[in-house]
Design a binder for this molecule. Structure first.
Ligand SMILES: *Cc1c(COP(=O)(O)O)cnc(C)c1O
Length: 403
């Protein structure tokens, strides 16, 4: 993973950082240098809070297997989202896989090529066949008008992605699923705290997966969860995530190990305390980006979506070369030269990866919107303690490229 174009923000080489300048006698003025800015930065709670939990873990000697902190986090998160059933996992990818198993899906699953590869990899690891469907240009989520064209007699489910926390067209997807008797599992890895029509997005479809990876707005180092509609599904997932163990002598299914441990759960309990404040800070940073970039032709800002409260944990812009005068990649490299590490999420498309490009649904002609958006998109740095003047500097660098 270290060499993948994803998740680089937490492993980016620290030797890129500028030390204090030592050459005060230089006659040529050195360009002003700044510390590097990454697309995101993992949120860390105050250390003493974690140490308190560690002391509790040390005295309990319960490190995993549905320990007290794990149980508390499941309850607190279910309460925070106001959802009936939630199960924790060691990461988001395994959460997706266990949810797919618990739903007993076999055959083809319709999904979005414009996402993090784990969305599709989870299908592959469950022996399912991904079928890529194009996205629509306002939310970058599955285009409901095209979903039905992808349905064959082998289709069993839809795995839509609330990419950047932009809600999928949940109503239309529900209608299609009902009409064709399909299950719906949302990849809601980006949708922590997002509200649609005043309610959490996580109560839609049969189930929704969250990721608590270090780079996400709420992290447990690594971690994930599935929110589901029925108690039976939660019970199945809880057995699957722990090797299929029901009791000492009963192993009911071929499970796997996807459990969250107590230290991860402790981290989650701490993160939950201030996640709403962080969302408010991200909202203010987004507003500044919108103001500073709003006037520039060729830069398309995230759409205002009616009835949606975002979590603002991504700030994706589209760079239209014809109007702006520079390509997305030119902007990306110019920022990089200034130590600003914006990211081309999500490029390349999953359908263009070697594991998938031979699939009949993977052809670019089948995915025209995804193809264009993936070639134009750039996610600008955003995280709760990003300084406003850093946002200004980023915007100046971008607008200075306009021709
Ligand atoms: C982060 C992410 C995942 C995978 O989650 P992990 O916790 O890293 O396994 C899946 N889908 C999307 C859209 C993601 O951004």
């Amino acid at each position: 993973m270290a060499n993948s174009p994803y998740h680089r923000s937490v492993v980016e080489s620290p030797d890129l950082a500028d030390g204090p300048s030592s050459s005060s006698i230089a006659t040529v003025q050195k360009p002003q240098t700044h510390p590097p800015i990454y697309v995101t930065r993992p949120h860390l709670p105050e250390l003493p809070g974690l140490i308190q939990y560690l002391e509790q873990i040390w005295s309990n000697r319960v490190l995993s297997n549905d320990g007290p902190l794990h149980r508390q986090l499941e309850l607190e998160l279910a309460d925070y989202f106001r959802v009936p059933h939630l199960s924790l996992f060691s990461n988001g990818m395994l959460a997706l896989m266990v949810a797919l198993k618990a739903m007993s899906i076999e055959g083809e699953v319709i999904t979005s090529p414009f996402s993090f590869p784990a969305s599709t990899h989870s299908l592959t690891w469950c022996g399912l066949t991904p079928v890529f469907c194009d996205i629509e240009p306002d939310t970058y989520t599955l285009d409901p008008e095209r979903i039905e064209n992808c349905i064959t007699r082998h289709t069993r489910a839809i795995l839509p992605v609330h990419v950047y926390g932009f809600p999928c067209d949940v109503q239309k997807i529900e209608e299609i699923a009902k009409r064709h008797n399909l299950k719906v599992l949302y990849d809601a890895a980006h949708a922590f705290g997002v509200k649609y029509q005043g309610e959490t997005l996580l109560n839609r479809g049969d189930a929704s997966m969250l990721s608590f990876h270090a780079t996400k707005i709420f992290n447990t180092f690594e971690g994930g969860a599935v929110v589901c509609r029925s108690r039976e599904m939660k019970e199945r997932m809880d057995i699957l995530r722990n090797h299929g163990i029901v009791d000492e002598t009963t192993i009911s299914v071929a499970g796997l190990n996807a459990k969250m441990n107590e230290v991860q759960a402790a981290m989650g309990l701490l993160q939950l305390r201030d996640v709403d404040q962080r969302i408010q800070k991200l909202k203010a940073l987004s507003a500044t980006y919108n103001t500073l970039l709003g006037e520039y032709p060729g830069i398309r800002l995230p759409h205002d979506l009616p009835n949606v409260e975002l979590n603002y944990s991504y700030f994706p812009v589209l760079i239209d070369e014809a109007e702006f005068g520079a390509t997305r990649d030119e902007v990306y490299h110019a920022l990089k030269a200034q130590q600003i590490f914006a990211r081309r999420y999500f490029y390349p498309l999953i359908s263009d990866l070697p594991a998938y490009r031979q699939l009949p649904s993977a052809g670019r002609e089948n995915l025209p919107n995804a193809d264009v958006i993936s070639s134009q998109v750039l996610c600008l740095p955003i995280y709760a303690d990003l300084e406003m003047n850093a946002v200004e500097r980023i915007c100046e660098c971008i607008t200075g490229l306009q021709r």
